[in-house]
Ligand binder design. Structure first.
Ligand code: ITT
Length: 196
């Protein structure tokens, strides 16, 4: 099956390709020259599911192929679960580094550093059939960045084993991360025979 990865985030493309390599799907990024131009819609939903569906459905309808979108976020206990679905717009800051500094500022002096990453994958077919998979991972927000790999909030996210998410290789991140868990569920469903 040819599937379009409906994201503008190259880090997500890398992780999705690595995790789904064994499925035998041809995974196309949005900048693939064989595809018509896709404009991802504004994320106006209030849940990860809604936003992932907006991105996947718009892409599937434009290209006429199944499309896989991810909507994800970081939920911080001391911030009452924020930034959550608004993680890409946290503090209205346009760069990952700016958002990370904003997060550190918001948590300055707070003892409760608990946080959770959430990923929702939405696979949309051009006929309107939808599949959704969710994954989560719990950790803590560090006092400063650690590690060079991953993307976004990874350098600030401490896992229970003492490593930051940005200190993991792509396969190591898959084994423990929110997106890795959602991708594992998708892979299991399709390895057992496509739900559709
Ligand atoms: P697309 O919408 O084009 O897929 P995006 O990066 O804007 O790309 P989201 O709307 O889902 O994706 O926003 C998620 C935000 O949470 C964004 O700031 C990411 O950097 C961050 N994020 C998501 N998954 C992450 C991960 O695995 N590690 C670190 N940060 C992550």
């Amino acid at each position: 099956m040819r599937v379009v990865i409906a994201t503008s985030n190259p880090g997500k493309v890398t992780e999705i390709r690595e995790a789904l390599a064994g499925l035998g799907w041809e995974l196309l990024a949005l900048d693939d020259p064989s595809l018509p131009a896709v404009t991802l819609p504004e994320e106006t939903g209030t849940t990860y599911e809604e936003n992932a569906a907006l991105k996947a459905c718009a892409t599937a309808l434009t290209v006429g192929l199944p499309a896989l979108a991810d909507d994800s976020g970081l939920e911080v206990s001391a911030l009452n679960g924020e930034p959550g679905v608004f993680s890409a717009r946290f503090g209205n800051l346009g760069t990952a580094n700016g958002r990370n500094l904003h997060l550190l500022e918001q948590l300055r002096g707070k003892a409760d550093r608990r946080a959770k990453f959430v990923s929702v994958l939405l696979l949309a077919y051009p006929d309107g059939y939808l599949e959704s998979y969710r994954g989560e991972v719990e950790g803590q927000i560090l006092e400063g960045p650690r590690g060079q790999d991953g993307f976004g909030y990874d350098p600030l996210f401490l896992l229970p084993d003492g490593r930051s998410m940005a200190e993991l290789s792509v396969p190591e991140k898959r084994a423990v991360s929110h997106r890795g868990r959602a991708l594992e569920a998708l892979k299991a469903a399709h390895s057992a025979g496509a739900p559709k």
